[in-house]
Design a protein. Structure first.
Length: 78
């Protein structure tokens, strides 16, 4: 069993109140480079902890927008 991600978040001045943390993995690093969010957080290193909110902003920034766009398409197509 893997150890639970308990933080703290390595983002400078992070004030998120959460108990959900994610590890910044090599795959997360690659995704953030592809989505051009990494330059703003260039001090991050693989293996560090991020709170869930920062992880989603850095690694999956367009995830919810894509889902919304797809839903709107299917609704308007009906």
């Amino acid at each position: 069993m893997f150890p639970k991600n308990q933080g703290p978040c390595v983002i400078h001045n992070c004030d998120q109140k959460t108990n959900r943390f994610r590890v910044f993995t090599l795959l997360a690093y690659q995704k953030s480079r592809e989505k051009c969010t990494f330059p703003s957080y260039s001090y991050l290193k693989v293996g560090q902890q991020l709170c869930h909110n920062h992880y989603m902003r850095i690694v999956e920034p367009y995830r919810n927008k894509e889902n919304t766009r797809k839903s709107t398409y299917f609704i308007s197509a009906s």
